[in-house]
Ligand binder design. Structure first.
Ligand code: LLP
Length: 429
């Protein structure tokens, strides 16, 4: 490995709980932007592996599954698989990706959320080839649709625990009727489903981005799942696992404290009580968020009476979270050292007023051509990118892992930048 400043500082702090935007090596990011253009997602596979290791350490007796929806890139999936985490998949497409990345059937949990027929067709076909795959259903109806297709394999029942948590109303699932079998009916469904399927687990998910006071809601969910597991056992059904979902928050604010993962794990173990089954958790964000940054260049600078409008080449189509959830992402001007601080409003090139990364944030006075880095872009970043306004999706490079080779200086282009031709390729006229 090379002795870049970045790596030296990280060696000093083995596997820290959070990697801040300031910890990224600015010179290296500059050279990646020069080489691959912007907007550019940069994903550090070594950091992904560190996050997996920290999770497994905190939950030594539990099964830690990766919710792949946070980042489904193949290099990330392979890294997670090598780190020993199975994959939790939310669609046929995610199962397809997981199989392609080398996860075996027993390392795949498919969580069906009102699944389209094509998803069930695909997954039941995949199950015939990989009979150890597990399907989680959130409705009796979904179990029926699986049975109609001849599925009698490993089944898990998703429960609506009646308690939600998360960083925004739009990502709190636990008490939302859309998700899971109502708590009071769950034990009955588990018992009846155990006749037609190999009933292996129960599952619930509170929501995404849980931290601070919200952790108490998560603990309540875990308590309820412990009670349910004991009720189910009393009916004579043997559960292999109780999955209490994902949702571990990461600090988006520069000064926000990192989640005390060992404490959360301890509280989870305590809340679930004695169960005759393995505890499972399925984080997504925690695995990849701080392993990714988004690089974007300043195209236009416009002084206005209210703010310095800073137009960049990434937008809500590249990173949707600020527009959709008012999410805060740290922003660093890699070229701004020594400049005066101004109130900058960083905006993208999309014709919508929601296309804003931050409003009036104190940043070094921007100049055309500056390179900005947006932090914590590894989770739900590229995944939620779109081609709205006919903007091709950005490229992604991976650092670390095999990509770095001997020198530690290499990066691999793991997703090429889309072209204008890509935009129209699927149209027939
Ligand atoms: N398990 C299930 C069943 C889920 O639905 C999710 C996330 C997870 C696990 C992983 O949650 P995590 O550990 O990543 O918080 N796009 C939103 C997040 C949506 C999460 C949806 N489900 C965002 O950017 O904040």
């Amino acid at each position: 490995m090379s002795e870049s400043a970045d790596e030296v500082s990280r060696d000093d702090r083995p596997n820290p709980a959070v990697r801040r935007l300031a910890d990224w090596d600015a010179a290296r990011l500059e050279s990646l932007a020069d080489e691959y253009g912007t907007p550019l997602y940069v994903t550090d596979l070594d950091r992904v592996a560190e996050n997996c290791a920290r999770l497994r350490e905190a939950f030594p007796d539990a099964e830690v599954r990766y919710a792949v929806k946070a980042h489904t890139g193949r290099a990330v999936l392979e890294t997670v698989r090598d780190a020993g985490l199975p994959a939790e998949c939310a669609s046929a497409g995610e199962v397809h990706r997981a199989l392609g990345a080398g996860f075996s059937g027993d390392e795949i949990q498919y969580t069906a959320v009102h699944p389209p027929a094509e998803d069930l067709d695909y997954v039941v076909d995949a199950w015939r080839e990989h009979p150890d795959l597990t399907v989680t259903v959130g409705a009796a109806d979904t179990a029926e649709r699986l049975a109609e297709r001849g599925f009698d394999g490993r089944l898990c029942v998703r429960v609506n625990p009646g308690v939600g948590a998360g960083h925004h109303e739009k990502v709190r699932t636990g008490a939302n009727a859309k998700f899971g079998v109502p708590y009071d009916r769950a034990a009955d469904l588990v018992e009846s489903a155990s006749e037609a399927f190999d009933l292996v687990g129960v599952h619930a998910h509170a929501g995404s981005g849980i931290s601070g006071d919200d952790l108490e809601n998560h603990r309540e969910l875990v308590r309820r799942m412990g009670d349910l597991a004991r009720d189910v056992s009393a009916t004579g059904v043997d559960l292999e696992f109780v999955d209490v979902g994902g949702g571990f928050g990461v600090p988006y604010g520069e000064d926000e404290p990192a989640l005390d993962l060992p404490a959360v794990a301890e509280a989870t173990r305590e809340a679930i009580g004695d169960i005759d089954a393995t505890l499972a958790v399925e984080p997504g964000r925690y695995v990849v968020a701080d392993a990714g940054v988004l690089l974007t260049r300043v195209n236009t600078v416009k002084e206005t009476p209210e703010t310095v409008v800073t137009g960049v080449d990434a937008g809500m189509t590249t990173l949707l979270r600020p527009a959709l959830y008012d999410a805060y992402h740290a922003i660093r001007n890699l070229d701004g050292e020594g400049r005066e601080t101004v109130g900058a409003t960083v905006v993208g090139p999309i014709c919508e007023s929601s296309d804003v990364f931050c409003e009036n944030r104190p940043l070094p006075r921007p100049e055309r051509g500056d390179l900005l880095a947006v932090g914590n872009a590894g989770a739900y970043g590229y995944e939620m990118a779109s081609t709205y306004n006919s903007r091709p999706r950005p490229a992604e490079v991976a650092l670390g892992g095999e990509a770095d080779g001997e020198s530690g200086e290499n990066a691999a282009l793991v997703r090429r930048r889309e072209t204008l031709t890509d935009l129209t390729e699927v149209e027939s006229r």
